[in-house]
Design a protein around this ligand. Structure first.
Ligand code: SF4
Length: 397
């Protein structure tokens, strides 16, 4: 039976998605001998409900960008499904996106698998060319190719099919009989793309859902029906269906996902629940974030100029999400040494923000506690040991 995120030798970790606080679908797939990073990029949604990204959202995005760079340092392969700013590093990123400069060292070492230029806007072609120029090599066009565990689709529509419209490329990864498919930005709106996914027979499928916040005109009703029918069909044919991205930018999308889960009785997840942690629908909650934590008028300008940071919003944001009942920390949090080390500034906040505060059930400390197994204070939630956390200073006598 398929369970958790590690199946045989395949481990799937979704790093970015709207349920994880940012736009994107960056995913790491670790195989026995390869580590494949798909779509290393994020964005925050420049303007929603009349607001720029809240500084708390900026703080969460900053940590995910750092993580993408760390993951790239260990990746063997990088896949670009297309060249939107939330799926690839950019030559001229806005203050909330990932830049080519930060990723160049990692990218230079990796095999790259990229969608070609066909049926892409000039902007996307320009981004692709900028990346190739920075790397000093051409990027391959890999649609419809197969290489060992990797297979790529032909170009399929980015959302609603239109003549000459923008397109994306889907990726299939297989190892030891387990199949994972990454179907970025198809939005469940194109029948041939759905047929291709089913033909690939995925055990686990990660797919972008429909952007309901854009589908509010009377003519959109048919698109809504189509997306829902496709979601149900996929749910009934894959063991684990993960729907995230465009769908989860609105509270309506969050309810839509829950409705599909209940209607099918199947394992239908968002990226956060697949990663066994609570969701941070920060774009859908943006208006509320501004209400709970008002922001100075010139904050974004000052942040872009590098004269203002997000630290006070970061601390306050987590406190506010708990107070508002949007997240519930791990039951051990008040007494866990990991909290103490973080409060003493001996440990980076990454650990509490990605495990303790979001009730991450993948925490090794939590799992060992449940089994009654000894685990030292200096053991981090991923099971690694940091001896210096419990070492005291030398004796001066
Ligand atoms: S480190 Fe693990 S056990 Fe401790 S509070 Fe965080 S999630 Fe819970």
């Amino acid at each position: 039976m398929l369970d958790h995120n590690e199946i045989g030798n395949m481990e799937i970790r979704i790093l970015a998605g709207e349920s994880l606080g940012v736009r994107g679908l960056a995913t790491v797939v670790s195989l026995k001998n390869r580590k494949i990073l798909i779509d290393p990029g994020i964005a925050l949604g420049w303007m929603r409900h009349g607001f720029l990204p809240h500084p708390f959202q900026v703080a969460v995005g900053f940590e995910i960008r750092k993580r993408l760079v760390r993951e790239l340092a260990e990746a063997t392969d990088v896949v670009f499904s297309h060249f939107d700013g939330d799926h690839c590093p950019l030559a001229a990123p806005n203050p909330y996106q990932l830049g080519i400069r930060e990723t160049l060292d990692g990218l230079k070492r990796c095999r790259i698998w990229a969608k070609g230029e066909s049926r892409s806007s000039f902007t996307r072609q320009g981004r692709r060319n900028a990346l190739a120029a920075a790397l000093g090599r051409d990027l391959p066009e890999v649609e419809e190719s197969v290489d060992g565990p990797l297979a790529f689709s032909s170009d399929v529509p980015h959302g609603v099919p239109r003549n000459g419209s923008n397109t994306v490329m889907m990726t299939r990864i297989q190892e030891e009989g387990v199949v994972f498919v990454h179907a970025s930005d198809i939005q469940l709106l194109d029948e041939p793309a759905i047929e291709k996914i089913l033909e690939w027979k995925p055990d686990i499928l990660l797919v972008s859902g429909p952007p309901l916040y854009h589908l509010d005109s009377p003519v959109s009703k048919a698109l809504r029906r189509l997306a829902r029918a496709n979601a149900v069909r996929l749910a009934e044919n894959v063991a684990i269906l993960v729907i995230d991205h465009h769908l989860l930018r609105s509270t309506e999308g969050i309810s839509w996902l829950e409705d599909v889960r209940q209607a099918t009785g199947r394992r239908v997840e968002c990226a956060a629940s697949f990663m066994q942690r609570q969701a941070l629908f920060l774009e859908a909650w943006r208006e509320e974030l501004y209400r709970w934590m008002p922001v100075e008028d010139d904050w974004h300008e000052c942040y872009a100029a590098g004269v203002e940071g997000f630290e006070k919003y970061r601390i306050e944001g987590w406190r506010m999400l708990i107070e508002q009942g949007r997240i519930q920390p791990c039951a051990w949090y008040p007494v866990c040494p990991i909290k103490g080390f973080t409060d003493d500034s001996r440990l980076e906040r990454f650990w509490v923000e990605n495990y303790c505060l979001v009730g991450n059930r993948r925490c090794r400390r939590l799992q060992m506690e449940a089994r009654g197994e000894f685990h030292p204070d200096e053991m981090l939630p991923d099971g690694s040991i940091r001896p210096e956390l419990t070492q005291t200073g030398g004796n001066d006598d």
